[in-house]
Write a protein that binds this ligand. Structure first.
Ligand SMILES: CC(=O)N[C@H]1[C@@H](OP(=O)(O)OP(=O)(O)OC[C@H]2O[C@@H](n3ccc(=O)[nH]c3=O)[C@H](O)[C@@H]2O)O[C@H](CO)[C@@H](O)[C@@H]1O
Ligand SMILES: C=C(OP(=O)(O)O)C(=O)O
Length: 432
């Protein structure tokens, strides 16, 4: 087990390059097994969720050839099992995409109920509603979701909630259904569009991804493809907030600025400067940041996956800010950890009420989930003295070489083994 140790108080400076989007990559790797031909996927993030997904598809018979840490070739012609083992699945949320992929291709799938971070109850009723509307029978038994159909038939589906997962899952299954499927109130996130573009590159016929109505004309089969995943909006946003919170000057490269608009708008509102280039953004902050209110919303609103990082930035901004989480009820678990570092922050209902303080002090804190963990790293970079962030395995679900990228920006940060009782001492000696 490992933890991060950070000596805070330094402004981040320099350039950082953003990796491929986790949430697009997970959908794309699942969709890759829907053809018997070989698919090459590039710009894969080197994170633990991706390794789990690759292991899971290999386990059911897909041939997975790692070309390098960011590219893979997948061939799904020898899939020999429709059942995904609990050991793999319980680790990640996006395992549910294998339901849509297998159901579409083989009309049968059995996948354990998904895991991932404990950020709320996360039902999958909309996924099930979609599969049933396509003609599948779905039941949950012994912790497994079982879906089966004689044939899948195109249909009209209205989602009660614009769910990212349900939209992608239904879209995948509908690609190989007979006839046209229309998904209304579909999610519009960039990763939904990226999975649709990938499926289209395999010969699917999907129109309207990125709007709230998606039209899918079923095709008989899908073909091989070569595809590069879009940059990760959330990784980019995290570095943008880290730059602002530490009063730094950082060029964040390999991004799609359009995907960052909600984040950019909030940074400008609190007084940071954001310069946009074709595929980069530069964030600079020279004076004290101000306060704001945010509410998490589906794209193009402010992303729930950026909410904790925004709160960590606001704790040392001037004035009172209110951060409201509308999607997942357990996404404010970082509040007590920030308070340990001297933040004036409390939870009221589904909001965090933040009164800005002049500074934070380093402490031992524990990452309750992926994005909350990233938020604690931002706080550690700002704080005076040493911060230890425990449970980095959550952070590594979604951030590639996080400590190395931060070091590249001048952060005094390292990953150490908790078994090594001299590691903290050694780090402190080295950096003091
Ligand atoms: C792997 C992946 O891409 N994860 C992302 C995906 O999660 P995920 O796909 O799980 O999120 P959804 O968009 O489905 O969830 C949005 C809201 O709808 C609710 N809901 C969802 C499905 C359903 O069948 N019934 C239901 O009630 C959820 O509880 C939540 O309140 O989108 C979330 C919202 O942008 C992000 O935080 C996650 O990082
Ligand atoms: C909540 C997240 O991921 P997942 O849905 O995979 O748990 C996230 O990426 O912030």
């Amino acid at each position: 087990m490992e933890q991060y140790i950070i000596k805070g108080g330094k402004a981040l400076q320099g350039e950082v390059s953003i990796g491929g989007a986790k949430n697009a990559a997970l959908g794309i790797l699942s969709a890759a097994i829907m053809t018997d031909e070989t698919v090459t996927v590039e710009n894969l993030p080197d994170i633990s969720d991706i390794n789990v997904m690759l292991q899971a598809i290999e386990e059911i018979g897909a041939k997975v050839d790692r070309i390098n840490e960011h590219s893979v070739k997948i061939n799904g012609s020898k899939i020999n099992s429709m059942s995904i083992d609990y050991e793999f699945i319980r680790k990640i949320r996006a395992s549910y995409y294998l339901l849509g992929a297998l159901l579409g291709k083989y009309k049968k799938a059995q996948v354990a109920l998904p895991g991932g971070c404990n950020i709320g109850s996360r039902p999958i009723d909309q996924h099930i509603k979609g599969f049933e509307a396509l003609g599948a029978s779905v039941k949950i038994e012994h912790g497994m979701i079982q879906a089966e159909a004689k044939e899948l038939k195109g249909t009209h589906i209205y989602l009660d909630i614009a769910s990212v997962g349900a939209t992608i899952n239904i879209m995948m299954a509908a690609c190989l259904a007979d006839g046209v499927t229309i998904i209304e109130n579909s999610a519009k996130e960039p990763h939904v569009v990226d999975v649709a573009n990938f499926l289209n590159s395999m010969g699917a016929s999907i129109k309207g991804a990125g709007t709230d109505v998606i039209r899918i004309k079923g095709v008989k089969s899908l073909t091989g493809s070569e595809y590069a995943i879009i940059p990760d909006q959330i990784e980019a946003g995290t570095f943008m907030f880290a730059a602002a919170a530490t009063k730094g000057d950082v060029l964040i490269k390999n991004v799609i600025p359009k995907h960052l608009e909600a984040i950019t708008a909030k940074l400008i509102e609190i007084g940071a400067t954001v310069e946009e280039y074709d595929d980069a953004v530069r964030v600079t902050t020279s004076s004290k940041l101000g306060h704001t209110n945010i509410k998490t919303l589906p794209y193009p609103g402010f992303p729930t996956d950026m909410q904790p990082q925004m709160a960590a930035t606001l704790v040392t901004s001037e004035g009172t800010s209110i951060v409201t989480e509308t999607m997942f009820e357990n996404r404010l678990k970082y509040v007590d950890e920030l308070a340990r570092m001297g933040a004036n922050i409390k939870v009221e209902g589904n909001s965090a009420i933040i009164v800005g303080v002049s500074g934070l002090t380093g402490a031992i804190v524990s990452a309750p989930d992926l994005r909350a963990g990233a938020a604690l790293v931002i706080a550690g970079l700002v704080a005076e003295g040493f911060t230890i962030v425990e449970q980095v395995e959550y952070i590594e679900r979604g951030y590639e070489h996080f400590e190395q990228k931060m070091q590249g920006l001048g952060a005094t940060m390292a990953k150490i083994d908790i078994e090594d009782d001299k590691a903290v001492q050694k780090f402190k000696l080295k950096v003091s």
